[in-house]
Design a protein around this ligand. Structure first.
Ligand code: G3P
Ligand code: CA
Length: 267
């Protein structure tokens, strides 16, 4: 089988829907997963965090106020940190109205609910462990839920799952606990440091503003944790002109709020 993160020979970069197709539906909701599916985008990127009572949820910010109505529902709970709310409290919040009335009532999905939807749609998951320093031990819990949901079987691990983080230690933990899982490091390490990263990761995933063709080639020259060329998925590229430029750098993948735009610009 082709590796989970490989691009199809002759095709453009693999397009990933950032927080789901987040230009079209509220980020990190099931609606955003479905919006990506409706566009024919297989890969969805998300962000996973942990509630006060230990439930994994899908949300980008470490606070609830930007993308939910937490300020209205819990006016005395500033700064509305995810880690200070139970899963039952978070389940009461509206995570869609801020984006538009058509999405009123969308919820912050639990990670388990999110996996169910990605599975139902036969999509693939670029999972980000968000702010791991806030959630000690979250890697083990993520792996536990992935296993429970069937996402650590061979078919998923080989073709449908990548786990990434800005936290190098977090990526190392995932690689140590499940060496079969494809991993990514978010950032732009200096070229001289890349071999250290290649020991535990398969992808170097930098902001597009930090790279050029030379950097991409330097990454891809090395072999990653699974003995295949280190890959580069860059973010967050939302317009056609920028997509064409970074595709010209030779990146393996592009992460975008507008994945359809990027796909059309790079085919
Ligand atoms: O997947 C890359 C990108 O999501 C990293 O930045 O802040 O959107 O999580 P952020
Ligand atoms: Ca992310």
């Amino acid at each position: 089988a082709r590796a989970a993160d490989a691009r199809t020979p002759g095709a453009g970069p693999v397009v990933h829907a950032h927080r789901g197709a987040s230009a079209y539906a509220p980020e990190n909701t099931l609606a955003a997963v479905d919006a990506a599916d409706a566009l024919g985008i297989a890969w969805v990127e998300n962000d996973v965090q942990r509630t006060k009572d230990g439930v994994l949820v899908v949300l980008h910010d470490t606070t609830l106020d930007r993308t939910t109505d937490a300020e209205q529902v819990f006016p005395d709970r500033a700064p509305w940190a995810v880690k200070d709310f139970t899963a039952a409290e978070i389940a009461r919040l509206d995570a869609g109205s801020w984006f538009g009335p058509a999405f009123a009532g969308a919820r912050v999905p639990t990670f388990a609910q999110y996996l169910n939807r990605v599975e139902r749609n036969r999509q693939k998951l670029l999972l980000e462990i968000k702010s791991p320093e806030v959630y000690p031990g979250i890697e083990k819990e993520i792996l536990r839920v992935l296993r429970q949901k069937g996402w650590l079987d061979r078919r998923h691990v080989e073709q449908r799952l990548v786990v990434q983080s800005f936290g190098a230690e977090s990526v190392k933990i995932v690689h140590a606990q499940r060496p079969d899982v494809v991993t990514g490091f978010l950032g732009t390490p200096p070229v001289a440091d890349l071999p250290k990263y290649a020991a535990f990761t398969d992808q170097i995933n930098p902001a597009y503003t930090t790279i050029d063709a030379g950097y991409v080639a330097a990454v891809q020259k090395l072999k990653g944790a699974h003995g295949k060329p280190l890959r580069v998925n860059t973010w967050t590229v939302n317009d056609a002109a920028k997509a064409a430029v970074v595709a010209g750098f030779g990146v393996d993948g592009i992460i975008s709020n507008n994945p359809d735009v990027v796909r059309d610009a790079t085919r």
